[in-house]
Design a protein around this ligand. Structure first.
Ligand code: NI
Length: 429
């Protein structure tokens, strides 16, 4: 009988550009990778619309998930035999690392905003529901799938295990920063991963870092800060996201108005009706979404076809800085857009991004996060921003950025010169 603790006869490896090799020796991990729910992640890009800004960024959630597994595996190798570490938690950690993003759908962030879906809820369902993943995990015992789900949900009892997968320095962040830097080709985002995992230590309910590794951690924090502003919040990527969200919104509005699509968007109707089942969700991937965008370029509805043509051919919206104090101008702009025949519901969009690069502990506050602790040679713990002036400079500081997106080509084509001039004044003042 196959049991969860089985080892493969020979170690399997995946070639990986970030970690060189991903090593699999446990049959359980190998079988999880082979499930259809996990294989689906090959068809979901890690960075959504970022490939329209950085053309290399085509990597999938599949490769990121393997990477998080591999980093966790290497950290655990360092932990083995040390105080505070219980080796019985090894497979639980590896499964949670591998599956932490399994509920992500196509262009998750945009879909979540428009349809109110929640990838974390789908992750839980894929692990505990009637799926191939669940059947593989149950070989370890009836409670095992629920335990994996709890680690990912951060509710598992052993917080040391939770902090490996989600904390301010965890296997997830370390993989995506390095992987996203590699595939976008940017020069920031690099730090010495091997140095960090070698100085990680288990301690009570958290992973701590030996003080001698502080400078490697500073590099990691700065790389995260740079990646957020240079890559994740890139204004061009956000323009593509804005168009994507408007396509979905237009299609949903048309569906509810009883519009007759030339080809029925069968995969999307459960989303429009807010009745999506797990089985239907598993069948949604970016290939399906791109298929509809491709054919909607020829739809009769001019807004839907225009937005799809913009997305497919990368004719994105332009943007200007937007200060929330300019709301009067914004309302005047909306009216002027409507007067010019450009529907402001789809063609005038404010988008905001904000990030907090590192935070020290503030008990009771919303989004309370455990800080990074350094372990001194004497065995004391010291909070990172008290030791590092570099980290102190950016810690606790939230930065927010607002932009206003619009189709510049439409504005240039407005026939009424008075309206056109007024719009341009309001936008470029
Ligand atoms: Ni992740």
């Amino acid at each position: 009988m196959i049991n969860g603790m089985d080892k493969l006869e020979e170690e399997k490896v995946f070639k990986d550009p970030v970690h060189r090799y991903v090593h699999v020796r446990d049959r359980l991990i190998w079988d999880l990778i082979g499930t259809r729910e996990f294989q689906r992640l090959r068809r979901v890009r890690q960075l959504g619309t970022t490939f329209l800004t950085f053309h290399g960024a085509e990597h999938s959630r599949f490769s990121h998930s393997l990477g998080v597994y591999e980093i966790t595996r290497r950290i655990i190798e360092v932990f083995e035999g040390r105080p505070y570490w219980d080796d019985d938690e090894r497979l639980l950690c590896l499964c949670a690392a591998l599956l932490h993003d399994v509920g992500h759908g196509p262009f998750s962030h945009t879909f979540e905003k428009i349809f109110g879906m929640d990838h974390e809820a789908f992750t839980q369902k894929m692990i505990t529901g009637d799926t191939e993943i669940n059947r593989v995990l149950r070989r370890m015992g009836d409670d095992f799938p629920a335990n994996v789900a709890e680690v990912i949900d951060k509710t598992y009892d052993n917080k040391l295990v939770v902090s490996l997968i989600s904390s301010q320095i965890d296997a997830d962040r370390m993989d995506y920063l390095l992987r996203d830097a590699y595939y976008t080709g940017v020069s920031y985002g690099h730090f010495d991963l091997e140095r960090i995992w070698r100085v990680m230590r288990p301690r009570d309910d958290q992973v701590v870092i030996k003080q001698s590794g502080m400078h490697a951690v500073e590099d990691y924090i700065m790389s995260r800060y740079q990646m957020y502003w240079q890559v994740y919040f890139h204004p061009v990527t956000r323009s593509a996201e804005v168009i994507l969200s408007k396509i979905l919104r237009r299609a949903r509005d048309l569906y509810h108005e009883g519009y007759r699509f030339q080809q029925k968007p069968g995969h999307l109707i459960p989303l429009f009706d807010d009745s999506l089942t797990l089985e239907q969700y598993i069948k949604l991937d970016e290939a399906v979404i791109m298929f509809y965008f491709q054919i909607w370029q020829d739809e009769e509805d001019s807004i839907l076809s225009d937005l799809c043509q913009r997305f497919m051919n990368r004719r994105l919206f332009k943007y200007v800085e937007f200060t929330p104090s300019n709301f009067n101008d914004y309302f005047e702009l909306k009216e002027a857009f409507a007067k010019a025949g450009i529907d402001p519901r789809y063609y005038l969009v404010v988008d905001s991004s904000s990030d907090l690069p590192y935070d020290f502990y503030r008990p009771g506050e919303e989004g309370e996060r455990l800080p990074i602790h350094l372990l001194t040679s004497g065995g004391d713990l010291r909070e990172l921003s008290r030791e590092s002036t570099v980290v102190e400079a950016i810690s606790g500081k939230k930065r927010t950025d607002h932009k206003l997106y619009f189709p510049k080509d439409f504005i240039e084509a407005i026939a009424d010169e008075t309206v056109k001039t007024r719009i341009q004044e309001l936008l470029y003042q």
